[in-house]
Design a protein around this ligand. Structure first.
Ligand SMILES: [Zn+2]
Ligand SMILES: [Zn+2]
Length: 548
């Protein structure tokens, strides 16, 4: 190959590999600045194209898309890019947090990165040798710019925590420990302390996941503010749960949880739409925390009115907890869609620090569904004569099994039966993520639409899925949810169909629970569809559904 050929080839492939402008140059609207995600510092507006040329060797022709992008942004002069004003805005995303020092001389507040520099600051500014124990203290530092525009800022209400350092230092190298300890004020510290002592253990299933939740996630949280707030939100909910019986305390932790989640979710949405090498691990970890948060916050006693919203777990009814254009609840939307949004980074995730979390997406469901389960689920489909007779009014039409509905139901039933086969094969070694992964992430959107409409067949399948969900009830964030869900299903399902959910009711609620539920249902729902011809109950025996 001649030299000319290899050069032109290299240029062509470089061009393909150029990162998207919004990925390389991350815009922070709050500060009206642009951060180069490769260099991890802000670039001044007039220096951006030169930065691309000199640091990243992106030559003239290939810079065009970047200059268009930059021209579309509103950017401030470096001297007007001000540090965050609120404590919860620190750390600023995409900028590294460094261990540093703050001068304690009244009114001074000088910041620097080394003891040597602090000592010379004391000699020149305060006219004496400073004392390491009294005259400055460690703080977390960030700076937007480097070089002669370098200007450190720190957390608004910073306090060093010895508890944190004692807890963390034995486990991770000094630099990470410093970074982690440095970014926290006392409020955060108390929560993070609780996370490390208690909450993170509730997410772990083995040595590897223990390492992820105890060590890696807290570190990622300090580079990705949505993950930090997501982690604090879940921990606050855990504390609220553990404060049950102390209403004032419980409420305080709930409010704190909402506060952190309100910060985390918009940032997470943004990140998931703009994934990078730097944030993809944090995005994956947050998707897990969102599941925990959603279930833990979804308690009837936590809602404003004190009434259960009867959420159907997978689909959203109130319109509050959903992405635009989706009927799926947030957690499920991100588990399903987030996976494809991250697909460019999937290889990296599988080799990265949180690879064990990505494994839940790689479960291969056995091709063979559980036969007896499938037979029973398919027997719910009415035969032709029953399905087509007496279509006389709109409310009945909503329960008619058209060919299309039958096909959707059949497919969803096959997938659910496969999940039962999978769960049985695992003999109880299942995590929360396995259980959420196996059916809710596989089943079709058409099924979700039927469920959203409250279609009987869709509700019946969900009732059977409750049998799998019951295994998660041992976790604090899922305590009682399978029972709440199956009661919500029973309430929505007209009594004519109740015979089909007797087995899941028995497994999830126990005999006594079923009888109590039945009495209530019969008095309120009897005769709603009395004129409609119904298939005979199949006399199901679902003993096989009782899982280890
Ligand atoms: Zn750069
Ligand atoms: Zn000073």
């Amino acid at each position: 190959m001649s030299e000319v050929d290899s050069t032109s080839k290299m240029t062509a492939s470089d061009q393909l590999d150029d990162p998207a402008p919004s990925q390389l140059l991350r815009y922070l609207p709050d500060y009206q600045g642009v951060i180069c995600t490769a260099c991890q510092y802000a670039v001044q507006p007039h220096g951006i194209l030169r930065h691309l040329k000199e640091i990243h060797h992106i030559l003239r022709g290939r810079r065009r898309k970047y200059s268009h992008y930059v021209a579309s942004l509103s950017l401030r002069d470096p001297k007007d890019v001000l540090p965050p004003k609120r404590a919860d805005q620190f750390p600023v995303p995409y900028l590294p947090v460094e261990p540093g020092l703050q001068c304690l001389s009244p009114g001074c507040l000088y910041l620097c990165a080394s003891v040597k520099r602090m000592q010379s600051h004391w000699r020149f500014e305060h006219r004496r040798r400073g004392n390491n124990d009294r005259d400055w203290h460690p703080v977390p530092l960030q700076t937007f710019f480097r070089g002669n525009l370098l200007r450190y800022f720190t957390h608004e209400s910073f306090e060093t925590s010895h508890i944190m350092s004692d807890l963390i230092e034995p486990y991770i190298d000094g630099f990470s420990a410093n970074k982690l300890r440095a970014g926290l004020d006392s409020m955060y510290t108390a929560l993070l302390d609780y996370y490390l002592r208690h909450t993170c253990q509730s997410f772990t299933t083995n040595e590897e996941t223990d390492k992820v939740w105890r060590l890696i996630v807290p570190c990622l949280a300090h580079q990705n503010s949505f993950l930090l707030h997501g982690l604090l939100a879940c921990t606050s909910l855990h504390r609220a749960y553990m404060s049950s019986g102390h209403p004032a305390l419980e409420k305080e932790f709930l409010l704190r949880a909402y506060h952190h989640q309100d910060i985390a979710l918009p940032q997470f949405r943004y990140a998931v739409q703009h994934p990078t090498d730097d944030n993809c691990n944090a995005i994956l970890a947050y998707a897990y925390l969102l599941v925990v948060y959603t279930f833990a916050a979804d308690r009837p006693e936590y809602s404003e009115s004190g009434l259960s919203t009867d959420s159907l777990f997978l689909v959203n009814h109130s319109g509050e907890d959903a992405e635009a254009g989706s009927i799926l609840r947030n957690w499920l939307y991100f588990l399903r869609a987030g996976c494809s949004m991250l697909c460019d980074f999937w290889e990296q995730l599988q080799e990265g620090p949180v690879r064990v979390l990505s494994e839940a997406w790689d479960i291969d469901l056995d091709d063979d569904p559980d036969r007896s389960c499938l037979k029973n689920l398919l027997s719910v489909i009415p035969d032709e004569s029953a399905a087509t007779s007496d279509i006389s009014n709109a409310s009945e039409a909503s329960t008619i099994w058209t060919e299309e509905v039958k096909a959707i139901y059949r497919q969803a039933a096959i997938e659910l039966s496969r999940s039962f086969a999978y769960v049985r094969a695992q003999r109880g070694f299942l995590t929360t993520w396995d259980i959420l992964r196996i059916w809710p992430m596989e089943v079709s959107l058409e099924y979700m639409a039927l469920l959203h409409q409250g279609y009987p067949g869709a509700l019946i399948l969900l009732a059977y899925y409750c049998i799998l969900l019951k295994q998660m009830e041992k976790h604090w964030y899922f305590d009682g949810r399978a029972a709440t869900l199956i009661r919500a299903i029973q309430k929505q399902l007209s009594t004519d169909w109740h015979s089909f959910i007797q087995e899941p009711l028995k497994v999830v609620l126990g005999e006594a629970g079923v009888e109590a539920s039945l009495e209530g249902a019969q008095s309120s729902q009897a005769g709603v569809l009395s004129g409609c011809s119904m298939p005979d109950p199949p006399g199901l025996t679902f003993q096989s559904f009782v899982l280890p």
